[in-house]
Design a protein around this ligand. Structure first.
Ligand code: PLP
Length: 352
């Protein structure tokens, strides 16, 4: 069993014998599940006696419309995590280039197919820089880019990613861009590489619906690429019916929720600013500017903030196990104003 991610509240509650826990460790939409999506899930219960539509035509149509992309450029997964695994199982890369810190599921998926991994450590521990290009060699098969990056929240400009894409295309390297948190960003259209899919047949984009629509317990993600060979290999390695009936119906309803997304962006922007400003007042913290629904910081105090905050019923993400980081780094989700105040007040009591 894996336990290297945030959001493991049941395990923490069991181990620490805590009844109520505010979860700042998983980056889920603080507005919670939308009414329409919830209704779609409840209605879908009646249909679980049947297999889901194996072609997922309605869901594929919804994604096609939402992303403005052709239907046959889409592949599905039981969460973006499964999409990532399906990509590496399909493409079977022998050597990968990852940077740290970034999302750990890339290395876990690559290791599952015995792929060797080279790591580029980010110069400022936060932002991707073009130094990574020097690490591409003739053996490199695949690169993963996370935009906005988990755990730092850093957002990469499109020009810079295009540089990486161009160099990778010349060297026949696949580039996977994980845009799972991009829906939380205002003007996400300026940052997405979806419009570049037509220019780069070495590009795959991964998206998760579990964060923005607050259903990590239901699971739904997808991948986008124009490359027919990739699609064939990935689909061959995808388990039939891996998206369950409830996720299927939830996804179709969710992708119509443009107002909910708009409200989420405004809410998260406001609360991100509130948390950032308040965390920045602590003289022993270095807070990094993040553009998604979470905030990354470093403490200069020799103190285990995760353990200390658990005494206040708060779970945060220690970033100790991210490549390039150590136990002085943490990540907190942007939550509701009331919860964010609880976090700040608890931190004040701990450090003072
Ligand atoms: C960057 C990133 N991509 C993908 C995922 C996986 O998302 P899903 O819940 O859709 O599997 C996560 C989960 O934390 C993530 O942080």
């Amino acid at each position: 069993m894996k336990n290297s991610h945030g959001g493991n509240i049941d395990e923490i509650k069991r181990n620490y014998k805590i009844k109520d826990l505010v979860d700042f460790s998983a980056n889920i939409n603080p507005l919670g599940i939308s009414k329409t999506v919830k209704e779609a899930m409840i209605n879908a219960i009646e249909d679980v006696v049947h297999y889901p539509d194996i072609t997922y035509l309605d869901l594929i149509n919804s994604i096609s419309e939402f992303e403005n992309i052709e239907k046959n450029n889409i592949f599905l997964g039981n969460g973006a995590a499964e999409v990532i695994f399906n990509i590496v199982r399909g493409l079977k890369p022998k050597r990968a280039l990852l940077y740290g810190p970034s999302f750990s599921e890339y290395s876990e998926a690559l290791s599952s197919v015995d792929c060797n991994i080279d790591y580029y450590i980010l110069k400022d521990k936060c932002n991707l820089d073009l130094g990574i290009l020097d690490m591409i060699n003739k053996e490199t098969d695949i690169i993963f880019i996370c935009n906005p990056n988990n755990p730092t929240g850093a957002l990469c400009k499109r020009d810079m990613i295009e540089e990486i894409l161009k160099a990778s295309k010349r060297k026949d390297v696949t580039v996977v861009i994980d845009e799972s948190f991009l829906e939380f960003v205002r003007n996400s259209k300026e940052f997405t590489l979806i419009n570049s899919l037509k220019h780069y047949d070495n590009l795959i984009i991964v998206k998760s619906l579990t964060k923005i629509f607050a259903f990590p317990g239901i699971r739904l993600g997808y991948g986008l690429t124009k490359n027919k060979e990739y699609l064939e290999k990935i689909n061959k390695n995808t388990i039939s019916w891996s998206v369950n009936t409830i996720a299927n119906k939830a996804g179709i309803a969710a992708l119509k929720e443009s107002l909910y997304i708009k409200n989420t962006i405004s809410f998260v922007e406001e609360e991100n600013k509130f948390l950032f400003n308040n965390l920045s007042l602590f003289k022993d913290l270095k807070v990094f500017k993040g553009y998604a629904n979470f905030i990354f910081f470093k403490t200069f105090k020799n103190i285990d903030l995760k353990e200390e905050l658990l005494k206040y019923g708060i779970l945060i993400r220690s970033c100790e196990n991210y490549i390039g980081l150590d136990m002085s780094y943490y990540r907190v989700a942007v939550r509701t104003r009331e919860e964010n105040i609880k976090l700040i007040k608890s931190l004040q009591e701990i450090v003072n």
